[in-house]
Design a protein around this ligand. Sequence first.
Ligand SMILES: Nc1ncnc2c1ncn2[C@@H]1O[C@H](COP(=O)(O)OP(=O)(O)O)[C@@H](O)[C@H]1O
Ligand SMILES: [Mg+2]
Length: 486
Amino acid sequence: MIPKVSRTHWFTVDAEGFRQLQVGREPWKLVKELVANAWDEPITRCELSVEPHRDDPDNLTYLACKDDSRLGFADLQSARTFFRRTSKRRNPAARGRFNLGEKEILSVARWARIVTTSGTLVFDGDGHVKSDPESKTDRGTTIELVIPWGEAERQEIVTKLRSFLPPRLKALSVNGEPVPHRKPGHEIKCSLETVLEDESGLRPTTRRTRVHVHKATGAGGCVYELGVPVVELADCPYLIDVQQKVPVSPNRDTLRPAYLKDLLAEVLNHVAEDLTEENVSATWVRAASEDERASNETLKTVQRKRWGDKVALWSSDPHANERAVARGYALVHARTLSPEERRRFVKDVGIRHASSLFPEQLREAKPIPQDKWTASMRAIAGIFRRVGGKLLAQSVEIRWIHEFKMAHSASYGNGTLALNKAHLAGWHRDSRLRAEHLKVLVHELAHEGPIGELEHAPEFRRRLERLAGELAMLALEEPAMFSWSD
Ligand SMILES: Nc1ncnc2c1ncn2[C@@H]1O[C@H](COP(=O)(O)OP(=O)(O)O)[C@@H](O)[C@H]1O
Ligand SMILES: [Mg+2]
């Protein structure tokens, strides 16, 4: 049997070193842990006060966080114990998991006191913690701290705390003023990565949750974990409040880009219609557009708002670009799209190159006069006219042209089939019908119809198959149609 390992005395904590890691962080990010802890408890309200300290108002702040939890600290010593397991690790709707948050703000305090249901702890300036199990509350916890922060820090804390999104039944007030509960504009149900405890510890897992989306009132947007801000999104006009544990780093202010993209894509699927020409190119929309979760329909909306209904990818063929612009198309240079955006917009939404939308128009090139045609050219034109006319049940005009610069060897549209002698090697000297001739004919005739240019559309393939079948029948039933004569 493998002996059970004890690691009880492996580590100690250097409080001064810990303080040094916290002191440079934005003060409100330390304060938010107190609110997060209160909200994790069965409370109805959390009252935060941030005041100048009477002894030195310019340089010291008195901060108090009071809740009315019927439980309070079950074990007073947990306020001094780092990383101890808590039942919150099993609860996806609790924010806590590290057992670290309140120690961060305690570490930068000059003095602190925790009065709770299991007693009182006083952290004093001579390096000691005094515990008094007798002075306790009936319900609720009050954490008081004296911290070397001045007026600027206090203001920043108050402003940031007002941007919290209190859950419906857990009121928050800051210096006596309630922070309002807000009804979300959208409520999204989706699966998102989270962390939960299994037998051995915390692990990433995916879980269905709700995401509350609010219109941002101030400058930028933000991702929230159960009402507590985690990551700011400078150019996003939404507050995105995930209703389960968010996979944050221990400082609770970073998210992996892949998680963020998933989340933003879920939001984009709900708000794409509200985007405007001004904000559709924001980085958050672009990040979300790259994600598999953004639906094709969402991307079409983004495309429409970003470039308009008619959009083509810039082509290295300047004539194709000109033709696209002349028909009112916006040209997008592929270089301005990230590789992922290009993949989504080109593959999934179907933005096409100008050259494929508007290929060189062989039919518009100058035709070779009929008196310059060889006997072979006349014979091929005759077969194509007869067979094409029969298969399409309409007259088909055949033109021969000679254009080396145009890449295509044949082109069909509006009842005219153009054959490019420059790229149909040897055709003008042929002496009998070959499969190659009929292959070109069938392909070109399949362009007849509303989706004429879309060679990759399934409809095009169905036409090819039908034409091939009909062509074979025609050859059997009316072989004279295929006779090589001019
Ligand atoms: N206001 C409070 N009421 C009850 N317990 C609290 C309160 N504040 C902190 N605690 C206790 O402190 C610890 C906070 O840890 P937790 O929130 O899980 O960690 P973190 O926020 O760092 O992920 C837990 O042991 C919790 O029981
Ligand atoms: Mg916490």
